[in-house]
Design a protein around this ligand. Structure first.
Ligand code: ADP
Ligand code: TYD
Length: 215
């Protein structure tokens, strides 16, 4: 889509396998940047706007076979379009920093890779309906067994994808690392297998570097 208005803010996404620490790091980064006086919108996908949160419940709850992979691509993209129009674009136009826990790279991986090779379909729909990439994508990389046990220790009904198990996590981890090589201009890989504070320090340095070059 070519209706993206001129951006003034900074768009940061966190990506990685389930349980890698994205939500934790996104929250800590938001707190740090706010303490420094930045205006920050902390948001997530699927979700981040009222309509997209309704779609979130449809895609994350229930039987793992509830939707086909292609239907899922449409649902995640519909949620993203609403999130972009109502939350992300207005914040960027107002000059804010948007921190998004997952964005289109998650669709490239989970729907594009997990049930057959649908990456081309994901990319086509993305360019037709979204057409926006983050300025900076922080890939929180970690060993899949560790991520899965962290993710499964959470009590949640949002488990359609977590039920797919460790094989999928292994493929996802490698897929995310491959994506980082595909888009080297915006991806930075962070070792998530360390203490929360150590990961957060790396994240802060990377974001400060990005802010310094875009100021
Ligand atoms: P994600 O958003 O990637 O699924 P979360 O941030 O929700 O991951 O973290 C999953 C679980 O692991 C949470 O219980 C969180 O407190 C814990 N956690 C996050 N980062 C770390 C870390 N570096 N070391 C140990 N536990 C962590
Ligand atoms: P999330 O709440 O970030 O889960 P977690 O904290 O466990 O990482 O995302 C929920 C699930 O949605 C996650 O398993 C990945 C999946 N997902 C997709 O399959 N496609 C997408 O486009 C997005 C944004 C998420």
């Amino acid at each position: 889509m070519s209706d993206e208005p001129a951006r003034k803010g900074l768009f940061i996404s966190f990506e990685g396998i389930d349980g890698s620490g994205k939500s934790t790091q996104a929250r800590l980064l938001a707190e740090q940047l706010r303490a420094e006086g930045h205006e920050v919108v902390l948001t997530r996908e699927p979700g981040g706007s009222p309509g997209a949160e309704e779609i979130r419940a449809l895609v994350l709850q229930g039987d793992p076979d509830r939707w086909s992979a292609k239907t899922e691509i449409l649902l995640f993209t519909a949620a993203r379009r609403d999130h972009l129009e109502r939350t992300i674009q207005p914040a960027l136009e107002a000059g804010k920093i948007v921190i998004c826990d997952r964005f289109a790279d998650s669709t490239r991986m989970y729907q594009g890779l997990s049930r057959g090779d649908l990456r081309e379909v994901v990319d086509q729909l993305h360019s037709l309906m979204i057409g926006v990439e983050p300025d900076l994508t922080l890939l929180i990389d970690m060993e899949p067994g560790q991520g899965l046990s962290r993710a499964l220790s959470r009590q949640t009904v949002e488990d359609r994808f977590e039920e797919f198990g460790e094989d999928l996590q292994v493929a996802m981890r490698q897929g995310f690392l491959d994506l980082a090589e595909e888009f080297p201009d915006r991806f930075v890989v962070v070792d998530g297998g360390r203490e929360i504070a150590a990961v957060a320090t790396d994240v802060q340095h990377i974001v400060q570097g990005k802010l310094a070059t875009t100021a």
